[in-house]
Design a protein around this ligand. Structure first.
Ligand SMILES: *Cc1c(COP(=O)(O)O)cnc(C)c1O
Length: 340
């Protein structure tokens, strides 16, 4: 094994990608200015481009998806308001409770269905009447993809229509909305129809090193921009980062299908092995159930063969820009040797 695989094969997440030569060239060439003054032409271009791509009036570049989601929650909701959200949702579970901590916004979690959706009846049942006993139900937040699963357009239309009919606004955590759109075979605009705001990650499958974009109406973006400054997210010559995001959207969007194909191939090969249960990926993420006694040994073998996966709470594999078919074949062999 010595010296054979100096590079780690990193399957923990699609956040691990490194900008390639062309993206770095775009970063190097980026025109910049002070974005807190609104003077960075490349940030402005990224915001206009993304707003147009997803069919919104305006957009705002943020340093992370966590902040972009938080900006949306703070812009939609005030103190004593609540937002309806999935138990498994990133905004609820993996963002440090930011909406509650920083916004005094109460989450109303709802159990996700096996397909990742929130049942319409559960949404309807959790919308509170106007009564002083209750927090004010203000917003429905969904996530697409969620754990790699794609929510379909018909469901999204029903859920957003229900929310709007009951007077709630709608936000989409679209960290991986590009994966969803590619999988559904629809335009980015169609994929976010019905949502008053969407947060799009540039640093996941699109391969940029940093950043997310929040898209919404002009007034909502103006409000989000105030919060971004307060949270310390106002950046100066951020055009070097925006250029990477723009490059990702323009040149590394369509290739997401390759990540999906690679995940499908990878999972179908692993599924042939005895003793493990492999989920069927819909996009670039899948899960493997291991026998409890196999975890430690597999970990050691993966360490030795320089392969990284997420092991907690269960084995998760994510394909991305930097996983080629040959890498996957190598990983399949390692798994095959271990479980064979
Ligand atoms: C990655 C991710 C985010 C944002 O994460 P950051 O690391 O803060 O950029 C938000 N939602 C989902 C579903 C994600 O996967």
């Amino acid at each position: 094994m010595s010296g054979m695989h100096e590079e780690w094969l990193d399957l923990r997440s699609d956040t691990v990608t490194r900008p390639g030569a062309a993206m770095r060239a775009a970063m190097l060439a980026a025109e910049v200015g002070d974005d807190v003054y609104g003077d960075d032409p490349t940030v402005n271009l990224l915001q206009e481009y993304t707003a147009d791509l997803f069919g919104y009036e305006a957009a705002l570049f943020a340093p992370s998806g966590t902040q972009s989601n938080l900006l949306a929650l703070l812009a939609h909701c005030g103190r004593g308001d609540e937002y309806l959200v999935g138990q498994e949702a990133h905004t609820y579970r993996y963002e440090g409770g930011g909406a509650a901590v920083l916004g005094s916004i109460q989450p109303q979690p709802i159990t996700n269905q096996p397909d990742g959706s929130l049942a319409l009846a559960d949404i309807a049942a959790q919308i509170k009447p106007d009564d002083i006993h209750f927090a004010r139900s203000k917003l429905l937040a969904l996530e697409n993809t969620i754990g790699g699963r794609v929510l379909g357009l018909a469901y999204l239309e029903q859920a957003t229509t229900l929310a709007h009919q009951r007077g709630l606004a709608t936000h989409l955590d679209g960290a991986r909305i590009c994966n969803a759109a590619v999988k559904l075979g629809v335009s980015p605009r169609e994929a976010v129809a019905g949502f008053d705001s969407v947060s799009v990650c540039l640093s996941k499958g699109l391969g940029a090193p940093v950043g997310s974009v929040l898209c919404a109406s002009k007034p909502l973006i103006a409000e989000a921009k105030r919060w971004r400054k307060m949270l310390g997210g106002g950046m100066r010559q951020a055009g070097v980062l925006a250029a990477a995001g723009l490059y990702g959207l323009q040149h590394q969007y369509a290739r997401l299908a390759e990540d999906h194909d690679n995940a499908a191939y990878f999972a179908s090969e692993l599924a042939k092995l005895k003793g493990i249960k492999v989920s069927t990926p819909q996009t670039n993420i899948f899960y493997v159930d291991l026998p409890p006694d196999a975890c430690r040994g597999l970990n050691d073998v993966l360490q030795l063969t320089r392969i990284r996966v997420s092991m907690a709470p269960h084995l998760r594999i994510v394909t991305h820009l930097d996983t080629k078919r040959a890498d996957i074949d190598r990983a399949i062999t390692v798994f095959g040797d271990f479980f064979g």
